[in-house]
Write a protein of this length. Structure first.
Length: 255
């Protein structure tokens, strides 16, 4: 597919499960992941499985490699890790983005799962990004989405986007119902990368945000760089004046 041209007033966000930078050829090639990210040309990228599995969980996508390629990193990991529970957020250093706040979110369930929250000042206005990687057990995924919805509901109002690997194979809107204030973009197959069938990777928008376009990135070497394909969306943020006006009359934290 040809990469759609992004108008300057839009913000491109992508989500990518990089499988610790190990491709389907069993080679760990961080710069191949960067080649995929360069093709997408996203402003902000949410990553899953960005760190190696065993403690102390060093970054699978090294900091210096990202720095050389012009990416800024939200330091969720520390001690050499890129993210938290493998979740990370990176953004282009030349796109006028400023990280203003970041937090870990512990998720319920038997598996060690977590989510991350990063809040940005952008040229289009403030934006809250929640990156996640949900569990393998259905009831735990529902609990985790419900927990995220409650977590965000307790925050000050800000345009909010969720992005990540929801691990949900069902075509029914089961996950969607657990977060009624979020609008999930139509599911698109992103797994497995060579012949995608499952829409595991999703993006969901809070009030005030609009996706002008969205898709799955399938250009080479994405089909071999990881077992997942990246998903992306071009977002239109509400005008700051509109957001303030709505915020004065609303308690909706997703607005």
């Amino acid at each position: 597919m040809t990469r759609p041209v992004k108008p300057p007033e839009l913000l491109r966000l992508a989500s990518y499960n990089v499988q610790k930078c190990v491709g389907l050829d069993m080679r760990r090639l961080p710069r191949r992941i960067l080649q995929v990210l360069s093709g997408i040309s996203a402003d902000i990228v949410v990553l899953q499985e960005a760190d190696k599995r065993l403690p102390p969980r060093p970054a699978a996508l090294p900091h210096f490699v990202l720095d050389e390629a012009g990416w800024e990193i939200a330091d969720f990991g520390g001690a050499g890790s890129l993210g938290w529970h493998g979740n990370a957020v990176i953004w282009r250093s030349n796109r006028g983005l400023e990280l203003i706040e970041m937090h870990h979110i512990t998720l319920p369930g038997l598996e060690p799962r977590g989510a991350i929250r990063a809040e940005f000042a952008t040229a289009q206005g403030p934006l809250r990004v929640v990156g996640l990687h949900l569990g393998l057990i259905g009831r735990h995924r529902f609990q985790q989405v419900h927990h995220l919805a409650e977590h965000c509901a307790a925050l000050p109002s800000m345009p909010t986007v969720w992005a990540g690997d929801f691990n949900e194979w069902s075509r029914l809107p089961n996950i969607d119902r657990m977060a009624p204030k979020m609008r999930f973009l139509p599911p698109l197959p992103s797994f497995p990368a060579p012949r995608p069938m499952g829409s595991l990777d999703r993006i969901a928008l809070g009030g005030g945000l609009r996706a002008v376009s969205h898709g799955v990135w399938q250009e080479r070497p994405a089909q071999i760089a990881s077992d997942h394909l990246p998903v992306w969306a071009d977002l239109e943020l509400p005008l700051q004046s509109d957001a303030k006006e709505k915020g004065s009359d609303s308690t909706d934290p997703f607005l």
